[in-house]
Design a protein around this ligand. Sequence first.
Ligand code: NDP
Length: 316
Amino acid sequence: MSQIERISCLIIGSGPAGYTAAIYAARADMKPVMYQGLQPGGQLTTTNEVENFPGYPDGITGPEMMLQLEAQAKRFETDVRSGFITRVDFSGSTHKCWTEDGHEIHADTIIISTGASAKYLGLDSEQHYLKLGGGVSACAVCDGFFYRNQEVVIVGAGDSACEEAHYLSKLCTKVTMLVRRDEFRASKIMADRVKKTPNIEIRFNTETLEVLGDGQLVTGVRAIDRATNQESEIACTGFFVAIGHQPNTAVFQDYIDLDETGYIKYAQPGTSKTNVAGVFVAGDAADKTYRQAITAAGTGCMAALDAERYLAAKGH
Ligand code: NDP
């Protein structure tokens, strides 16, 4: 495809935000085109059971739910394509985007729903059990419930780690928190709350060397105390990683206002508008607070409605 393709609505990214935007935009006859991105279905495809999305009383697996959302978007003729956007030019009234194979698209409206990626330690054993769904998670709110009355380990020392450790402490019998330095990065109030929780044990100066397991399920963690060089094994059935997220926004940085950590800034709170007219954002690319499938879906709906109103005001 060497010719420029002109469309009314381009949706970039295929998590719950993108698919919800697609369903709304397609039903409003905006003929949306979606590029699914590097991880079709987004972060939910790395979780197991989703039990907190309303409408699924028996729960549903993350990958299955994303297939259903995709089917729903396609039912209204969203043009869902595999591939990703590698370059944009939002300097004019027509928003230009290029795919990885050089295809050029000019869109009246853009909905950015590229999400964020949880950071992991990168250990082979961690990735092994993550891929198997065998006890590694980057989301305590999503997966903590599966470890009720069990012992878990959490890595990280920021506000997220403290919030998640506290959340897990209410479900689990014991939470061991591994902090790589001799202090928290988290705000004092969050760190103090963790320190005061009786069933959270904090191990400072401690790094994870290996996630242990029986091949299928996590059974523990091998860690090292860098102050004493002592290695130890901590028994657990769940290993939570809370070392931050990276919003997938780098491709937009020359045009779209980002905060200091790379999240897209809303130009007008309570809407999905960015600083560029006709470019809207939904989901985790602009959300470091809630990060839930249902909140992403909600903002996806907002972005499609905002895009539709933008087009209507321009007489489309
Ligand atoms: P942060 O970047 O603030 O913290 C990441 C933490 O992970 C740091 O303590 C860091 O350690 C640790 N870490 C990073 N890499 C590794 C590694 N390889 N091994 C072990 N530890 C590692 O991320 P958060 O997600 O916690 O927070 C992001 C932003 O969101 C912050 O601005 C935070 O304040 C905000 N937030 C606010 C909340 C609230 O107010 N309720 C709740 C959650 C987040 P080190 O300190 O040594 O660098």
